[in-house]
Design a protein around this ligand. Structure first.
Ligand code: EPU
Length: 449
């Protein structure tokens, strides 16, 4: 298993382009199940989750081909509609094949996703939505078995709000399934995330009739069939936000290209309040902007609560918390989407952060510096938070189990190295003796400032 050995204390400086969004690409790929014509997805990041989704689609009869960041997908065989546990347990997002399979093949068998390190992740809203479209849903041997009624799915009015807001992949599933249903489907309390807008764009390019994506009410007029399309994935707002926090925590000076600034207004506002400047350089396309990130020498604390879009995204909570560890004063971070998503808290504490958790809230008392330590990555975004802390810390940080990070960030180590970071990726077996990297003073909150 790979680990990162990070020598902290180096400012990030330079330009970097944001990659295509993993969380947009996954449901986009599942659209290949809705048609026999080819789907081309450009800017698909080269990540374990994307490869897993391609493997799953192959098991479901799709031919897949990758050339660099270009994915070509085409359904060649519609006989196999079982997304097996072996695949689903490696990637929860496999659930987004459920709607497309059901709509096009009239049946789907998808292993029920199990537990997850970031907390309870039920799929009841997905199932309720599909039932409203007329599907019969059963649970058999750990699999969700969904069958469309004779004559196919039929449009309906569906409320997708749950106790923690709407559901992103649930909205993707219902919206995709409704494209081929008879009549009109209205999804109320739909997820407003930009990835849903991106999916609607591809579906419409395939011939679907969807309006309202990006708002809480999406209307889908069913069509008889969908065709092929060519689509460029939106840039990854979470990767962009992570890089912004990386610039901030290292007192860096970073230019981000292909940055979905328009999808990050809440982070822009928060960073401004913290003392981090984001200056747009080119906003011709606000979803593919160029902007510069610079930081004031002292960071101010903030209160932040994770919420569905356009609120502050849970997927940036760990990264922002790492930054707030170095603010002057007490910040309050409340997690309202996944109340257990705090695996990074004890690890940040190992690096000298002062954190007090009560339920879904963490009080972050800023410290002058973080100190390098061996820490354990536990999920994708927690790992990103730990890498950021390592970039700012004094001395050496060893982030174990970076395979979590690799699920959502393509070659993050190499890309940060290009910006001036000192990171080595090594096999943990080769880490018997402690690394002998010279200790640099931590950059964050410049102790002498
Ligand atoms: N929920 C329900 N019932 C459901 C579905 C969800 O109660 O049927 C609850 C969840 O437990 C959670 C809330 O609703 O409290 C939101 O969950 P959602 O369904 O929106 O999450 P998701 O669609 O499974 C996507 C992203 C996650 C991201 C969340 C929230 C993908 C592949 N995953 O998951 O991304 O955290 O939306 O924005 O798009 C990540 O990239 O690290 C990641 C976990």
């Amino acid at each position: 298993m790979d680990v990162f050995v990070i020598e902290g204390g180096r400012r990030l400086d330079g330009s970097i382009a944001v990659q295509g969004a993993k969380n947009a690409a996954l449901p986009l790929m599942a659209t290949a199940l809705l048609t026999d014509e080819p789907i081309t997805i450009r800017d698909a990041p080269d990540l374990a989750d994307i490869r897993n989704m391609a493997r799953l689609l192959e098991e479901l009869g799709c031919e897949t081909k990758r050339q660099g960041h270009r994915l070509s997908l085409r359904t060649a065989d519609r006989t196999q509609s079982h997304a097996r546990y072996d695949v689903v347990r490696t990637m929860r997002a496999s659930i987004c094949v459920l709607g497309p399979l059901l709509a096009r093949r009239g049946e789907a068998r998808v292993s029920m996703p199990g537990g997850c390190t970031i907390g309870d992740r039920p799929v009841d809203l997905h199932l309720r939505g599909l039932e409203a479209l007329g599907a019969q849903i059963d649970l058999d041997a750990g699999d969700i078995v969904a069958r469309a009624p004779v004559g196919g799915l039929r449009g309906a009015r569906i409320f997708l709000g749950g106790p923690f807001g709407s559901t992103v992949l649930g909205t993707a599933n219902i919206m995709s399934a409704a494209t081929l249903a008879r009549g009109t489907t209205t999804i109320e309390s739909a997820a407003c995330e930009p990835e849903i807008v991106d999916l609607a764009r591809l579906l419409n390019a395939m011939g679907a009739k969807i309006s309202g994506a990006g708002s809480p009410r999406i209307v889908v007029q069913g069509v008889d069939s969908l065709g092929g399309a060519d689509h460029r994935v939106m840039p990854d707002r979470i990767e962009a936000g992570t890089l912004m926090c990386a610039a901030a925590i290292t007192n860096g000076d970073l230019t981000l290209e292909n940055c979905p600034l328009d999808a990050l207004l809440v982070l822009w506002d928060l960073l401004h309040r913290i003392g981090v400047r984001i200056d747009p350089i080119d906003e011709t396309d606000p979803l593919r902007a160029t902007c510069r990130i610079t930081t004031e020498r002292s960071l101010r604390p903030v209160q932040v609560t994770t919420q569905p879009h356009p609120g502050f995204p849970t997927d940036l909570q760990a990264q922002l918390m790492a930054l707030l560890c170095l603010a002057e004063g007490n910040s309050i971070v409340t997690e309202k989407i996944f109340s257990e998503r705090f695996m990074h808290v004890p690890e940040l504490a190992r690096m000298g952060a002062s954190l007090h958790r009560a339920g879904a809230t963490v009080v972050v008392s800023g410290v002058r510096r973080l100190r390098g330590a061996p820490v354990m990555a536990s999920d994708l975004r927690a790992s990103a938070g730990l890498v950021l802390a390592g970039l700012a810390a004094e001395g050496t940080t060893i982030v174990n189990r970076v395979y979590h990070l690799d699920r959502g960030y393509e070659r993050l180590d190499e890309r940060l190295i290009q910006l001036g970071a000192k990171i080595e990726r090594v096999d943990e077996k080769d880490l018997e003796s402690p690394p002998t990297i010279a200790v640099m003073p931590g950059v964050a909150r410049l102790a002498s400032a």
